[in-house]
Each structure stands twice: as C-alpha cells, then as structure tokens.
Design a protein around this ligand. Structure first.
Ligand SMILES: Cc1cc2nc3c(=O)[nH]c(=O)nc-3n(C[C@H](O)[C@H](O)[C@H](O)COP(=O)(O)OP(=O)(O)OC[C@H]3O[C@@H](n4cnc5c(N)ncnc54)[C@H](O)[C@@H]3O)c2cc1C
Length: 602
C-alpha cells in the first residue's frame, strides 16, 4: 500500500523498516511482508507510466535527470582524474529503474571467495540458488538465438521468480555480428554466462518482460503485483536522515528511524529490525549521520560516535572508457523524432514478429581474463607487481581482501575487463550523427576510494572519491582494454568495420575529436587520454563491507551492523570485493538470501 501522509505512515506498527527500494530494498521488503508488517521509506517518487523508465531502448535518458540523485565525484589532483557524474536512481525501484538492464553473473570463485573471507554460507551455490529464486528466465526463440548467435541452456536459470528476464526482441546490427567479431579476435563464445563461467563473448539477457518488452525492474517485479498487501506500507518522497538507538549493555538496539517529508521531520518505530538498503552512497551517509563510522569523519561534523566502524571505505567501482562512432543505431531515435515516434508506436503494439528498435538494451558484452587482456608476459609482470603491492599491505585491515583479490587476478576463470557495446546513449547533436559506444571497463580495480559525509545536514550530498586509476595496475589494464576496443573497431565484420575509427568519423567539435586523435597517435596519448575520459560503469560496492570485525567489516554474515542487535544493511554496499559482472542479478539474489535467513531467525 502506498501512503503519502507521513503521520499515517509514522503511526503504524512495523516489525521491519526498510530504507530504500532499489534492487535490494524492494525485494527484501516485499519478501518479508509475506510474514511480517513492513514499513518502507523511499526518497524518490512512485512512477508507473513513464517511457524513459519502462522502455528498454530509452536507457541512459534519465541520467542526470528527474529520477537521478545526480551525484558527482570529486576530482583527484593526485591522479588528474576529473569530477565525473555518478547516476543513482531516486525513484521507487532505485537504480534498477534507470539502469542498462544487463542481467548476468560472475565466476564461481568470485562468490566462493566471500566465504573464504569469513562469511559462512556466502558462496556460488547459495547465491546462484537465490539468484534463480529471483528470476523467471525466458529462453530466446530459435530465430533470436541465431540473431544473437548464442545458444543458452535454461538449466542455469530460474523459472518462477518475480523478475522477468529475456532477450530483447530487437537484435541490432551490432548485436548480430558481435559474437562473431570477438571470436575472430580469439575470444571464446560463452553460451551460458549465468553458469558460473563468465569469461568469453556473449549476448547477455536483460530484465525485459517478454510479453510486452517493458523493463522489469524491482518495482514491477516485487511491488506492483502486491501493492494492496496490508502488511507492506510504502511512503515515497521521504528522506531517512538517521537511525535511532537505545543502549542495552554493550549493544545498540535500533528503535526506528527519523525521516523528512515535505520539510517536516518524523520518527517511526520498529519492533524487530531496521534494514538499510539505500545503496553504496546513501547507506554510508545514513550510517555516519547516525553515529556509526570513523571518529575523525564524525568529529568533523559534530556527530557523536556510537560505533567505530570503517563505514564508507573500501569503495570499489567498475570504471570505463569509451569511444564513439558514426553508424545507424538506437541513437537514431534520439536524433530523428519521426523515426522515434514510429518506433515508440511499434513498441506499444508489442508485436513479437515486428519488434521495435526500443525492444533492446545492452546484449553485446565480453569478459576477458588477465592473459586475454594483457598477453602472457605482461600478465605475469602484472601479477608480480600485484604480489609486491599486496605484501606491502600486511598491516592494512584489508590485507585479507587484498590477498583474495590477488587470488582472483591469478585465476583464469575471473574477468579483469569487460568490453561492451552500448547503443542509444551518445547521439552527436552537433554533427547530427548516430553513434555507438564501445566500452572497455575494469572489473577488479586495485584502487580504493571512499564515500563520507561532508556535513551533518542530511540534505547535503556526501563526498564521493572513487580514486580511479590511483593504482598503476589499473592504468595498465584499462589501457590494454582501450587497445582492444580499437582492434574490435577494425575487425572485418560488417557494421563493426563500418564503425571503425576512420579519419572522417564525426566529432571535430566535441570531446570525441580527442578520441579520434587517440586512434591516430595511440602510443603517445593513451595514458593521458584514459585519465581525462574515465567514467563510471555505475557499480559501486564495498562501503559497508561484510567482513570480520577489525578486518574492514561493517556488517557480519547476517548483515547486522557490528555492535548493534538489529540494524542490518542489505544492498550493494555489503560486497567487500567486486565481481566481474553487472551486479543487479547478484544483489537481488543477496536480498532473496537475506530475506530467507531473516525469516528463519524469527
Ligand atoms: C545508469 C546505471 C546503469 C546501470 N546498469 C546496470 C546494468 O545494466 N546491469 C546491472 O546489473 N547493474 C547496473 N547498474 C547497477 C545497479 O543498478 C546497481 O548496482 C543496483 O541498483 C544497486 O542496488 P541497491 O539496492 O544497492 O541500490 P539502488 O538500486 O541504488 O537503490 C537505493 C534506493 O535507496 C533510496 N534511498 C537512498 N537514500 C535514501 C534515504 N536517505 N531515504 C530514503 N530512501 C533512500 C534511493 O532513492 C534508491 O531508491 C546500473 C546503475 C546505473 C545507475
């Protein structure tokens, strides 16, 4: 039930309060409300009928828009990396309402390593089981299999979960040649990227509802179908500003939260747990505003420290670089209103035999291990450098995490880079050219950043310093990824060849002219170029890490904040080390897992 009156919301009785309705929050709130009374507080609005949310091919259109928190990072003078935008969804559904819909998973070892780091029952078997509980996967038709050139087996997917996952019905010109082109470059085809084997080129599935080709994000998956459930009460457009506690012996008990609605402040109480699912940026902010964090951070803003935990540290992201070309793509819907209107009308018809160009998201992805990315010799050198770095960290609280990352670097089943095409997000309005983006991204960054409050005013945004490229290992890997994208642009495969970097490609008056210069003068400019054009792949993790206490941990394996009895964090911020995959499917699986053990505990 959605309520807009804060007094009505605040005076009801709740067993659980969930803060945030993103990939994790909406799922856990909905699942717990099957047995308990759950109150949910979301900063953004409830939206049902908005094309930029519902139409898969409109990806990217709400970045720096109405449903985005519109965060930016701070520039880093040491590395020379400028401030970049950091989109995060502020809407019922959170970032799942504006993300790029790639639904995939990492390698088995990337999940097993969570258990090795001290978290019993956090491994591939458990997390893939719960991811399957979250999804209803529809296999592509024989015709689409040929179009996408992948032949997935349904045995690795779930078949009765709330989130509809399928292959977009529109197979673009690029998607048709992608697998072929990468195989030509020596990368193996991966027909089953949900199987625990992530390396290789594939056409990824997306959370697109197959019958009408709409985005099936966390609100339609977990909320709209049970909107009338009396035990599930959601208040939108309300900002949680802190968690309230009382002490019991050495432990803190969360009694509820404070939130702001329309400029007024309200308190709401809880009988069991407060669950923070505000995402990697806002979860850290809420914990710090509540007195949980590092003393110097809290002291600076006059906040009494209740618990000393490394909140906001260990921030890791997948960062990316891209180049752009002139080629007919989904970008044409941005530049040609008539074409866009026609295609939108076609999308509304949802005729499976005549798919609209809007019935697509981002299928064309490939994951490379270290050797594929760098070549054998450079890979060995990189491992030696990483070994030296890790040895130098033996006094760090994160030493075990660094060692785990070294293990992942050495393992050929683990992706260090992702290469992917994105259409529909980079129309060149100056030269009136449709483009396509080809991205090189880093999956296991050696750089670590942080998110911290910079005021005790909850409406002041926290400071985000991702520290991209602080490690030379990251510079080397990303530079190799960029070189790979240039090779892809020059393959002989149909439209990939048309999209190769030619001197007459568009961009003289935009930032892309520099990218063209890069292609012509690769060796001299690549390092400078990657420092100037780096961006986020939107996957921040780690700011409330699930690790042992004293070893970087903020939450324990039951996702309870150390030193509290009943404050949990269930979202992307609990992952202590990154996975080589887009994280949404994993985080929804984490929420399913958490809902199961929380229900068991009571
Ligand atoms: C542009 C973009 C593209 C992406 N593409 C992909 C992709 O293709 N595939 C993929 O797997 N992943 C993708 N991601 C990442 C993925 O969406 C996130 O990792 C995932 O949504 C994180 O889930 P979460 O529950 O931790 O946080 P979120 O989904 O961000 O949800 C957090 C929620 O908490 C709310 N909130 C925050 N603070 C407060 C507060 N103080 N009070 C009340 N409510 C609050 C927010 O408004 C939001 O609704 C993308 C992300 C973005 C932004």
């Amino acid at each position: 039930v959605t309520v807009n009156d804060p007094i009505t919301f605040a005076t009801q009785d709740y067993d659980y309060i969930v803060v945030g309705t993103g990939c994790a929050g909406m799922a856990i709130a909905s699942l717990l409300s099957e047995n308990f009374r759950v109150g949910v507080i979301e900063a953004g609005p409830v939206v049902t009928d908005v094309d930029i949310v519902n139409v898969p091919g409109m990806i990217g259109r709400d970045e720096v828009g109405t449903y985005d928190w519109n965060y930016t990072t701070v520039a880093n003078n040491d590395t020379g990396v400028p401030s970049v935008t950091w989109p995060r969804g502020k809407i019922l559904g959170g970032s799942s309402a504006l993300n790029y819909l790639v639904w995939n998973a990492g390698a088995e070892i990337e999940y097993d390593i969570l258990e090795q780091l001290g978290n019993p029952d956090w491994n591939w078997d458990t997390l893939s089981y719960y991811r399957k509980q979250a999804e209803t996967w529809t296999e592509p038709s024989a015709y689409d299999e040929q179009g996408y050139n992948v032949y997935p087996s349904s045995q690795y997917a779930g078949h009765s979960g709330p989130t509809q996952v399928s292959f977009g019905r529109y197979v673009s010109a690029i998607a048709r040649v992608w697998v072929d082109a990468m195989e030509y470059l020596g990368i193996n085809r991966n027909n089953n990227p949900l199987s625990g084997t992530s390396i290789g080129v594939t056409s990824a599935s997306s959370n697109i509802r197959p019958n009408n080709q709409t985005r099936h994000y966390s609100a339609p998956a977990y909320y709209f179908p049970v909107e009338n459930r009396e035990t599930l009460t959601v208040i939108p457009e309300s900002l949680v500003t802190r968690v309230n506690f009382q002490s019991q012996g050495d432990e803190l008990i969360a009694t509820g939260v404070t939130f702001m609605n329309n400029g007024q402040v309200y308190n709401v109480t809880v009988s069991k747990d407060v669950i923070i699912s505000a995402g990697s940026v806002n979860t850290a902010q809420i914990l710090e505003l509540s007195g949980i964090g590092e003393k110097d951070v809290l002291d600076a803003y006059g906040i009494e420290q209740l618990l000393d935990l490394p909140v906001g540290e260990n921030l890791q992201d997948h960062c990316f670089l891209y180049k752009a070309e002139g080629i007919v793509t989904l970008d044409d819907t941005l530049g040609n209103a008539t074409f866009s209107d026609e295609q939108l009308a076609l999308w509304q018809e949802a005729d499976p035999n005549n798919p609209s160009i809007f019935a697509m998201a981002v299928p064309s992805v490939a994951y490379l291990n270290l050797e594929q990315l760098l070549g054998t010799d450079a890979a060995q050198q990189s491992i030696s450098q990483a070994e030296q770095f890790v040895a130098s960290q033996n006094n760090s609280v994160y030493y075990d995490v660094w060692q785990a990352q070294l293990q992942l670097l050495r393992d050929s089943s683990v992706a260090q880079a992702e290469l992917l095409f994105i259409e529909g997000t980079s129309y060149d309005y100056v030269n009136h050219q449709a483009r396509v983006r080809l991205l090189a991204t880093l999956q296991h960054s050696w750089s670590r950043g942080y998110v911290h409050i910079q005021s005790n005013d909850p409406t002041v945004y926290p400071l985000i310093q991702p520290n991209y490229l602080a490690s030379p290992l990251d510079v080397q890997a990303l530079a190799a990824g960029v070189e790979y994208t240039l090779a892809i642009g020059k393959t002989v495969h149909g439209c990939l060849r048309r999209s190769s970097l030619m001197p007459n490609a568009p961009g003289n008056t935009s930032q892309y002219s520099d990218i063209l210069a890069l292609d012509q003068n690769l060796t001299t400019t690549i390092d400078d170029w990657i420092h100037s054009y780096i961006g986020t792949e939107y996957h921040p993790i780690g700011t409330a890490s699930m690790l042992p206490q004293g070893k970087g941990g903020v939450v324990d394996p039951r996702l309870i904040v150390y030193g509290t009895k009943n404050l949990r964090v269930v979202d992307m911020s609990i992952l202590p080390i990154h996975i080589g995959a887009h994280p949404m499917a994993t985080i929804v699986g984490i929420a399913q897992h958490a809902a199961a053990f929380i229900k068991e505990g009571y």
